[in-house]
Every structure is written in structure tokens, then in C-alpha cells.
Design a binder for this molecule. Structure first.
Ligand code: NAD
Length: 255
């Protein structure tokens, strides 16, 4: 899918993306690289991430920097952000993208699983924002993009803790927008619909799912990872300079 919009304000911007090794995150990496941004990303999937680096090796802003960071380990996350800073400078755009939508039921949940789902789906977004905010404040500008989900808006079953965490992502985004806005730091949230990533196609998108998508979306097309990345590049660019504290839904008109 081609990327048609060019955002000159993204050229040379330092962008950090979490979960950039596959799915939507890999599209974020490619899209920001194509805009001439300097890109760093964290992931735990080494092989997939190295393939993303290779794919974007000739990017105008240079090959993306991959660091193997488990986002559920907050000291490791902080150290990763410090390492990006040491190697590339202050982070100007943070895309909090990584999450894990593994299915579970209410009966599956014990206290350890509860903590685990919060750690992978919400907690790291708070601490990543906390770690980049001082640098953004010092520069007098910055962009944080968090990633929510349509799941809880559409009352999907089978993943209650993921849905709970994703509802939290929206609350976090709006409150941080208020707190960081005076320093010209914009905080927004993208809500992807059902996006045709490799994981979704492998695990869940069968004929019944396609029929459901067709029934629920206003538009007949399927949402692709690039559709989410196109929203993210616009939101990170100066073209959206007066947009903050908002929820941007890219779902073909599902919710
Ligand atoms: N695909 C969809 O249909 C859909 C729908 C709604 C919301 N979303 C949201 O979009 C974002 C991206 O989703 P996706 O579909 O591309 O997911 P994905 O599972 O395809 O990719 C997630 C990436 O994050 C990485 N990751 C997972 N846990 C990690 C950890 N502990 N530390 C570091 N990296 C880790 C994975 O290795 C993977 O590369 C998520 O926030 C997800 O909740 C996706």
C-alpha cells in the first residue's frame, strides 16, 4: 500500500516506536523511515526486528535502530530509552504501540495474570511517556501517540483484561494531554479497527471473521497496518499541531 502524504516536518525527527518488530509497529517503522525521520524501536522478537531493520536499511534518515527491550521490565525500558538518547539524542515522538491481545476468559484470570496483562498492555506506556517527557519539556515540544483498540468500544468478548487496559490507554492519553499540553507536548490515541496483520491473519481472520468485518464496517475494504501508520505520521507531524487529547479511530466505520 503506497504512502501518499509527505510531512516535511518529520524529516530528521527522532521517533521511538514500541513493538516495531512486526504488525502495525513494523508499518510505523517503515512509514516514519519513509518520511525521513530517524527511527528507533523496541521489541522482544529479535529475528523479526532484524528483518525490519534490513527492510528499511536505505531509509533517508538512516537505518532504524533496534534495541531488544522487554517492555514489561520497566528498568529495561528506562535503560533502553537512555540508550536511544545516548546514541541518537532526545526523543521527539513516542509511539506507544506494543500490546498483546492473547485471548482469555474471566475464569482464566488470577492475580498474576492480571498484573501480566496490565504490564504488557498499559504499564509500559506510562513509564515510556514519563521517561521521554523531560526531554520534550526541555525542547518545548513533543508528540506522544498511544494505541488503543475498538475491542471495548464494540464490546468484544474473550479478552477482558486487554479491553480493560485499552480503556485505560484512552484515559491515560487524555489526562497526559492536559498535564503536558502547557509544554507543547501533544498526546493523542489511535484506535485501530480490526487490522490485517500477520498475527490476526494467522490466528483469527477466517471466512466468518471476514463476513463479520463486512457486516460491521461501513466501508468494504480491510484495514491494513499502513492505514494506522498513515494516521500516526500525520499525528506526529506539525500538520496536526492543534490536535491533542483526542481519540482517532481508524476502523472503516465499525464503532
Ligand atoms: N491488529 C489489530 O487488529 C489491532 C486492533 C486494535 C488494536 N490494535 C493495537 O495495535 C497495536 C499493535 O498491534 P499489532 O496487531 O501490530 O500486534 P502484533 O502482535 O502483531 O505486534 C506486536 C509487537 O509488539 C511486540 N511485543 C509484544 N510484547 C512485547 C514486550 N513485552 N516487549 C517488547 N515488545 C513486545 C511483539 O513482539 C510484536 O512485534 C497494539 O497496541 C494493539 O493492541 C491492533
Amino acid at each position: 500500500m503506497p504512502q501518499n502524504s509527505i510531512h516535511p516536518s518529520l524529516k530528521d525527527k527522532l521517533v521511538l516506536i514500541t513493538g516495531g518488530g512486526s504488525g502495525i509497529g513494523a508499518s510505523h517503522v517503515a512509514a516514519f523511515c519513509a518520511q525521513g525521520a530517524r527511527v528507533a524501536f523496541f521489541d522482544i522478537a529479535r529475528e523479526a526486528s532484524e528483518a525490519v531493520v534490513a527492510k528499511n536499511a536505505d531509509a533517508p534518515g538512516g537505518a532504524p535502530l533496534f534495541l531488544e527491550v522487554d517492555l514489561t521490565d520497566i528498568p529495561a525500558l528506562r535503560a533502553g530509552i537512555e540508550a536511544v538518547r545516548d546514541r541518537l539524542g532526545e526523543i521527539e515522538v513516542l509511539v506507544n504501540n506494543a500490546a498483546d491481545d492473547t485471548r482469555h476468559t474471566l475464569d482464566d484470570v488470577d492475580e498474576a495474570y492480571f498484573e501480566d496483562r496490565i504490564a504488557v498492555n498499559l504499564r509500559h506506556m506510562v513509564f515510556a511517556a514519563q521517561a521521554v517527557a523531560p526531554g520534550m519539556r526541555a525542547r518545548g515540544s513533543g508528540v506522544i501517540i498511544n494505541t488503543g483498540s475498538i475491542t471495548w468500544h464494540a464490546a468484544f468478548g474473550g479478552l477482558p483484561l486487554y479491553a480493560m487496559a485499552k480503556a485505560g490507554v484512552e484515559g491515560l492519553s487524555r489526562s497526559l494531554a492536559r498535564e503536558l499540553g502547557p509544554d507543547n507536548i501533544r498526546v493523542n490515541c489511535i484506535i485501530p479497527g480490526w487490522v490485517m496483520t500477520e498475527r490476526q491473519l494467522t490466528l483469527w481472520v477466517d471466512d466468518a471473521a471476514r463476513a463479520k468485518i463486512k457486516q460491521m464496517q461501513c466501508l468494504p475494504g480491510l484495514v491494513q497496518p499502513e492505514d494506522i501508520a498513515n494516521m500516526a505520521t500525520w499525528l506526529a507531524s506539525d500538520d496536526s499541531r492543534m490536535c491533542t487529547s483526542q481519540i482517532f479511530v481508524v476502523d472503516g466505520g465499525w464503532i
